[in-house]
Unconditional design. Structure first.
Length: 188
């Protein structure tokens, strides 16, 4: 029988109050607290915390704290990803972010979801993974919803709510987010 953690990572209904998951979240919150309270000049300490927090990519991520996440270990970053102030990643399912992505202040990346049925919500939740290609720029205050994929080289406008997949090489914005135009060769 799969563990609650295995069910969570597979996008199935799981019990968020399972002991192992509670311990994993406490670990991530402790690491986020260390990161958010670290002296900015202590780059070695900050780097070590980011290596400990993220599943992969902590060795090259560039961060402007504060930063918050559920587990951290389910976040997989490519080379030189940048998070500006106040970003949140709810990583109950894997979050995969390509190389050289940039996230403006207060961006939210949310894999967590809940059943529409009220009785079901009382004891279970689920998630859907998020994948973001390389060289994506997400403007401040944007929200990336569960299960979304964003193609490489795309730009997401500030304040957008991304509820559906976004193809590669486009500027997309709005609520809900939609493709506004393709990014020309000259702009790339």
């Amino acid at each position: 029988m799969p563990t609650e953690k295995e069910k969570m990572l597979a996008g199935e209904f799981y019990d968020a109050l399972d002991g192992e998951l509670v311990r994993d979240r406490e670990r991530a919150r402790d690491l986020c607290t260390q990161l958010n309270q670290a002296d900015a000049s202590d780059t070695n300490r900050m780097r070590q915390v980011m290596i400990d927090l993220f599943g992969t990519g902590g060795d090259t991520v560039w961060m402007q704290p504060p930063f918050y996440c559920d587990y951290g270990q389910n976040i997989h970053l490519g080379q030189r990803v940048f998070f500006n102030f106040n970003c949140v990643v709810l990583d109950v399912c894997p979050v995969r972010i390509g190389d050289f992505c940039q996230f403006g202040p207060a961006v939210q990346i949310l894999t967590a979801s809940h059943p529409m049925n009220a009785m079901s919500r009382r004891g279970r939740e689920f998630g859907k993974p998020i994948e973001i290609g390389s060289d994506v720029w997400v403007g401040g205050g944007a929200i990336i919803c569960p299960g979304v994929s964003i193609g490489e080289r795309s730009v997401i406008g500030a304040g957008s709510i991304v509820t559906k997949d976004v193809p590669a090489g486009v500027f997309a914005a709005g609520n809900p987010c939609r493709v506004i135009r393709y990014i020309s060769e000259d702009e790339q």
